[in-house]
Design a protein around this ligand. Structure first.
Ligand code: BGC
Length: 245
């Protein structure tokens, strides 16, 4: 099946047609800067520009860095607050005239990783965490997604975990890998105590430098880097839209 995948992030909106049976991009992806401010209508215009760029006429899937239930955006930790309450599916459909499915970004990355990446054939409880501007989470039980977990907002030492342990926190506070790994360890240890997962998969921007910090983590649970790196969101968005075909 060929479905267009669009990954909406805080800095860029990335897009490519995906072969959903093989989990690969069919052409090179295109990227347009996320508009500033990134209000719903501004983002919808970029989405429709990308759809036109690929001359796409079929269904497409889209990620959002927020809780998305039945197409409606419920949270906006790192995006414009005017998204809250917006029916993104409806908005993108109106703008493009095409059938669309909208899902949380970490859930999309997780769907792709479980099918084609580090989570292939993994049974039990698997938690995928994306370390980027925020911390996204996707929880799988025997390969089935529990959608919209927001484990990046677990409170650690009175603070949102993503404010202490995201990739952005590392860069903005100029933390050494050792210092940052301490914060990530503390966060993941809390997750271990609450969920007792069989496997952690680390995705997002930080996964490209996994060798710098994974060996520093102090955990009892196996932890591996994501394999799809930049493309996981696009592939997962397209996979989530398969039911529209
Ligand atoms: C949001 C999540 C999102 C994550 C990664 C968090 O701040 O609340 O919905 O998955 O960032 O973008």
């Amino acid at each position: 099946m060929e479905i267009l995948g669009i990954d909406i992030g805080g800095t860029g909106i990335k897009c490519a047609p995906v072969d959903t049976e093989r989990g690969v991009l069919l052409t090179e992806r295109q990227r347009i800067d996320t508009p500033k401010p990134a209000r719903p209508q501004d983002v919808a215009e970029v989405v429709s520009e990308l759809v036109r760029l690929f001359d796409w006429k079929g269904p497409f899937g889209c990620t959002m860095p927020s809780v998305v239930r039945h197409g409606v955006v419920y949270t906006a930790a790192n995006i414009d607050k005017s998204w809250i309450g917006t029916n993104a599916t409806h908005l993108f459909h109106q703008q493009t005239g095409l059938p669309v499915d909208v899902v949380n970004d970490a859930d999309a990355a997780g769907i792709a990783e479980m099918q084609f990446g580090a989570g292939r054939e993994q049974q039990g409880v698997v938690i995928i965490l994306t370390f980027g501007t925020g911390i996204g989470s996707a929880l799988f039980v025997n390969g089935i997604l529990v959608p919209n977990t927001e484990l990046g907002h677990l409170e650690i030492r009175g603070k949102d975990a993503e404010l202490r342990a995201s990739e952005r926190a590392r860069i903005e506070r100029d933390l050494s890998w050792e210092k940052w790994a301490e914060k990530v360890s503390e966060y993941l240890q809390r997750m271990e105590a609450l969920f007792w997962p069989d496997l952690f998969i680390v995705g997002g921007g930080a996964s490209k430098k996994a060798d710098k910090f994974l060996p520093l983590l102090e955990l009892n649970t196996p932890i591996v880097p994501a394999q799809l790196l930049n493309d996981a969101g696009i592939v997962g968005a397209a996979m989530a839209a398969r039911e529209l075909v």
